[in-house]
Design a protein around this ligand. Structure first.
Ligand SMILES: [Mn+2]
Length: 321
């Protein structure tokens, strides 16, 4: 598949790079890294994402090239989906993007509806960035500093700074290569982890007040409602990482974060330690993700939502006791 995709990229003239809504470090790092790679091959490239770039990722070299309005799609002969392999994940422009002649997907998520024939999905890879380097090598593109910084950020953010189970020998070998090519680990971690706005800390304080511990300390959950978000003048991106704070508690095997969106529906982020498979919980409610990090959306009042989620969490914890 890698060879086929490399051929398709080589014969493409005008490419669209697109990733999932609410882009994370891997989505953006991969998209912008491949933008540089394609430019060096003399291609016409547009990087599109429906949502704005979170401030913490604005340091990524080339991130200013990302556009948020798609424009006519007829000019593209090829579209590459990065860090997602289902068109619906790209947002409102999914149908128009689907009409582009050649569609390619590069991803490491399990959820894959198989509608894109040219799909390179490696669920063992730490990140889309890691897979992308294989393609960049195959294309004979030099790993420049700009590419390295973007890919390094993708790897660091998707592995939780080389802490999650997706961190392998290959990840460290790649990291060494990226540092050699000019990525500075201190600069990246400072930008990604130490430039948070104060409002995030205030949200954290509000969320901690809602902390609920159940199942003898194995399940911890927090809630953020619309009112708190409004009162703190907070944006959705400010909630990123709150759920990890709950997972960090000793004895907690599953952490749940109920986030009330502006329309009153709930986005539920699930995190787990070890074998506890929260992807199964998310799937029960039409969501997805990985074993240790998943999400789904639900409607209804918070009490009902919590009850349903806790029942599903109970099922997976019984299975791995
Ligand atoms: Mn990813």
């Amino acid at each position: 598949m890698l060879g086929k995709i490399a051929d398709a990229v080589r014969s493409a003239k005008t490419l669209l790079l697109v990733s999932h809504v609410r882009p994370d470090g891997d989505a953006l790092g991969s998209s912008v890294a491949f933008y540089h790679a394609l430019k060096s091959l003399g291609k016409e490239v547009v990087v599109f994402n429906q949502d704005k770039i979170p401030d913490m990722y604005r340091f990524l070299p080339g991130s200013e090239a990302v556009v948020h309005t798609l424009g006519p799609v007829e000019r593209f002969d090829t579209a590459l989906l990065l860090d997602c392999s289902e068109l619906s994940r790209v947002g409102d422009e999914a149908d128009r993007i689907a009409s582009i002649g050649t569609l390619i997907a590069i991803d490491h998520h399990l959820s894959n509806d198989g509608t894109i024939p040219l799909s390179l999905v490696d669920t063992k890879a730490s990140s889309t960035g890691e897979i992308l380097v294989d393609l960049i090598d195959k294309l004979g593109v030099e790993l420049t500093r700009d590419i390295a910084v973007n890919i390094y950020t993708a790897v660091v953010t998707d592995t939780g700074s080389f802490r999650y189970s997706n961190t392998t020998r290959k990840t460290f070998m790649l990291a060494a290569r990226l540092v050699e090519a000019g990525a500075d680990p201190r600069v990246v971690s400072e930008q990604v982890y130490e430039t948070k706005p104060l409002v995030r800390l205030r949200l954290m304080s509000r969320a901690i007040e809602t902390l609920n511990i159940s199942r003898g300390g194995e399940v911890g959950s927090i809630v953020l409602d619309r009112r708190s978000m409004k009162q703190e003048d907070a944006l959705p991106e400010h909630t990123e990482g709150l759920v990890d704070m709950v997972r960090s508690v000793q004895g907690v095997r599953v952490a749940v974060f109920y986030y009330e969106m502006p329309d009153g529906t709930y986005k539920i982020s699930l995190r787990s330690k070890g074998n506890a498979n929260v992807e199964q919980v998310a799937k029960t409610f039409g969501g997805g993700g990985h074993r240790n990090a998943s999400a789904c959306r639900m409607q209804g009042n918070i009490k009902d939502v919590q009850e349903q989620i806790l029942a599903a969490v109970d099922v997976i914890l019984r299975e791995t006791e």
